[in-house]
Design a protein around this ligand. Structure first.
Ligand code: AHR
Length: 685
């Protein structure tokens, strides 16, 4: 049997030797029981008698996260009210009123001219009631471009209010833009100093759409000529797993369903700030919301920091993932056209920032009851230490390599290591891979936003990566455009608005290469993750959403297929993918515990291609299953720039099937043009 198989695949290779596989040629593919590459010492699974190449200690696939496109505020963070505490805005400007609007003649302004809710939140919403007011005077928060009102949901709210001359009541409500009240509560006894009033809203009817408001109403006759001040509003719907100050259920569930095993945060550019002072500061993102000043984010809108360090770490625990904690490494982001002017902290001023990271790591990892940091963490609700192994020093320091090489990398790594010798922390560098560092890096984060062609052509790049103890982290990647040289340009030169089938197939081809070489590819993170369709800075993104709806892209489904069908080690195939087997790309893996073999095959071409599959082992049960992304019945054959959007969210979704295998060692399968197929086989080893 083996001899005839060898002959057949030799013929197949000959048929495709001068280029790619084209019909009627078929790919003859033998899946062996053998591991592929030399085992990286750190990934060696010692308790097995046969050495196996692990896919990764931490799991393979995950996300890079930062607040961009209102992915956090107005996205994953479930808070419904936009600009709830008037953070990061300039008082007495129109822009400071983002999210707020007057109804019936109240005059609104943002002021710092009265004492705020807290020293961290100095701004107040000043509401002046006209002297001639009669009847209800109202103002509203528009939410993050709408509010999702659902019957049966409990909305938990609070606000701070004071007035020097009015001691009546205010009424809060969820209502439609056209005035339908879904629920309301009256809060009495406004006083002359700030007090926090809490309330619950429980609509019994769902709104037909998300065009809804949160309103505050004052009796005009009673309050005529008076001024009321408000601060730190909040309104939460039910959250993912019911966590207080938690995450929006549908978005969290969508991310959860892709089984991410790593979460790189808090950026990305949004770690860095446009100035040193505006950097992401971990200690200003913890504890009571009243203590969090928020900041001017890097993506053009204020961040509340309600989604702070502990909320991220709790979420990572819910995911059963590992954090890759990005730490600010002494560079803020200036103008990309003027890189030499980026503000870099000089060597003799860097130590306080390293001390700050050391405090952060104490806060995250100190065992219970052992330090003031552990006590603070317990006070804020998490007595046990969080898991932390991976520290990423900076972000994209290829833009500031000289100081990174000269002192920043070394001072952070040595300084942190000296404080935590017991933690065996691992550090990721963000400088160019070819730049020597002292101490040498063991893990390097590399980012690639590019064309389908780049990802397809580079799907073999890790086959020749040196097995020298270093590992690659694909810490941001996505197909972003169709034209070389314009990958991050405008839609007019090919920039994608949404992930496309063509792009997802290219990403998948590349991912087969990462998975096949998982001894040297530490992990990967698609980026960016979420896009609020009403306000965004970056396309494409893996999930697009509005206040009420979610569209999962074809890249989302690709990530999900890859991450949820993952073996414990890679199986060698004959042949391995190479330019002569294009446009088919594949990886096979074996799950030793579940006794499953996964075969992921990507066809990036424009013709259906047949695979003659041969197994070196019996397939149990006489059948296999497949999940597939393809153009399917899309009405225009050969068009692959098709996307899922909020309007048409289900153009491309995975299609499941099963197929019989008469001869356990051989069967044929057709891989459609532009498709991603994940096959699963039960085995007895
Ligand atoms: O993912 C968007 C941005 O791309 C990230 O913030 C940055 O790291 C990269 O340049």
């Amino acid at each position: 049997m083996l001899g005839s198989v060898l002959t057949i695949w030799a013929l197949a290779l000959a048929a495709s030797a001068n280029g790619q596989i084209t019909p009627p040629n078929a790919l003859n593919l033998r899946i062996t029981q053998n591991m592929t590459h030399t085992i990286s010492p750190t990934l060696y699974l010692h308790f097995l008698s046969t050495p196996v190449k692990l896919l990764s200690i931490v799991g393979r696939y995950g996300y890079m996260w930062e607040d961009i496109n209102h992915s956090g505020d107005g996205g994953l963070y479930a808070e419904l009210l936009q600009n709830r505490a008037l953070q990061g805005v300039i008082p007495n400007t129109g822009a400071a009123l983002q999210g707020w609007q007057s109804i019936n003649g109240a005059f609104l302004t943002v002021t710092a001219g009265t004492s705020g809710v807290s020293s961290a939140l100095p701004n107040s919403l000043q509401v002046s009631i006209p002297k001639t007011a009669k009847g209800p005077i109202r103002f509203a928060n528009t939410g993050y471009w709408g509010i999702n009102v659902q019957a049966g949901w409990t909305y938990t709210g609070s606000l701070y209010v004071k007035s020097p001359g009015y001691c009546g009541s205010v009424t809060v409500a969820l209502q439609s833009a056209s005035g339908t009240i879904y629920d309301s509560v009256t809060l009495s006894n406004v006083k002359d100093t700030y007090q926090k009033l809490t309330f619950i809203l429980s609509p019994t009817n769902s709104a037909p759409d998300h065009n809804n408001l949160f309103t505050v109403t004052v009796d005009g006759a009673a309050a005529a000529g008076q001024t009321l001040y408000f601060g730190m509003f909040s309104l939460f719907p039910p959250t993912f797993r019911g966590r207080e100050n938690g995450l929006r259920m549908d978005l969290a569930q969508a991310l959860f369903d892709t089984s991410p095993k790593l979460w790189r945060f808090p950026g990305g550019n949004n770690l860095e700030g446009q100035t040193w002072e505006q950097r992401w500061k971990w200690n200003e993102t913890i504890g009571p919301l009243e203590n969090r000043p928020g900041r001017v984010g890097d993506w053009g809108y204020p961040n509340t920091d309600g989604l702070g360090l502990m909320e991220y770490l709790d979420w990572i625990e819910d995911l059963e993932a590992v954090p890759i904690l990005g730490v600010w490494a002494g560079v803020s982001i200036g103008n990309y056209s003027d890189l030499p002017d980026w503000p870099i902290v000089p060597q003799d001023q860097l130590q306080p920032y390293i001390d700050d990271v050391i405090n952060e790591i104490h806060f995250i990892t100190d065992p219970e009851n052992t330090s003031e940091w552990a006590a603070l963490r317990a006070e804020y609700g998490h007595p046990a230490p969080y898991n932390l192994t991976y520290i990423e020093v900076g972000n994209e320091d290829q833009f500031a390599p000289d100081s990174y090489q000269a002192y920043r990398w070394q001072m952070f790594v040595d300084g942190i290591n000296a404080s935590f010798p017991h933690l065996s922390l691992q550090f990721l560098a963000t400088s160019p891979p070819s730049l020597p560092l002292d101490p040498p890096y063991l893990k390097i984060d590399f980012h690639q936003y590019s064309t389908p062609g780049w990802f397809i052509n580079n799907s073999y790049m890790f086959d020749t990566y040196p097995r020298n103890g270093t590992q690659w982290f694909m810490g941001e990647y996505a197909v972003t455009g169709t034209e070389t040289g314009c990958e991050l340009g405008s839609p007019s030169c090919g920039r994608l608005l949404y992930p496309t089938l063509e792009g997802a197939c290219a990403e998948a081809a590349f991912m087969t290469g990462m998975e096949r070489n998982s001894d040297v590819v530490f992990a990967s993170a698609y980026a960016p993750s979420l896009q609020n369709v009403n306000s965004y800075q970056w396309t494409p993104d893996i999930i697009t959403f509005s206040a009420r709806s979610v569209a999962k892209s074809v890249s989302y489904y690709n990530q999900q297929l890859f991450a949820t069908n993952l073996g414990t080690h890679v199986l060698a195939t004959i042949p391995e993918p190479s330019p002569s087997t294009a446009p088919l790309y594949w990886v096979a893996s074996h799950h030793a515990t579940n006794q499953l073999v996964f075969l992921k095959v990507v066809n990036t071409g424009s013709a259906d291609l047949v695979g003659n599959l041969f197994f070196d082992f019996p397939v149990i049960g006489g059948f296999g299953t497949a999940q597939q992304l393809s153009a399917g019945l899309y009405p225009t054959p050969g068009v692959y720039n098709i996307s899922n959007t909020l309007e048409t969210p289900d153009v491309i979704t995975p299609v499941a099937s099963s197929f019989g295998i008469v001869d356990s060692s051989e069967f044929n399968y057709t891989f459609p043009q532009s498709s991603i197929t994940v096959m699963t086989f039960a085995v007895d080893f």
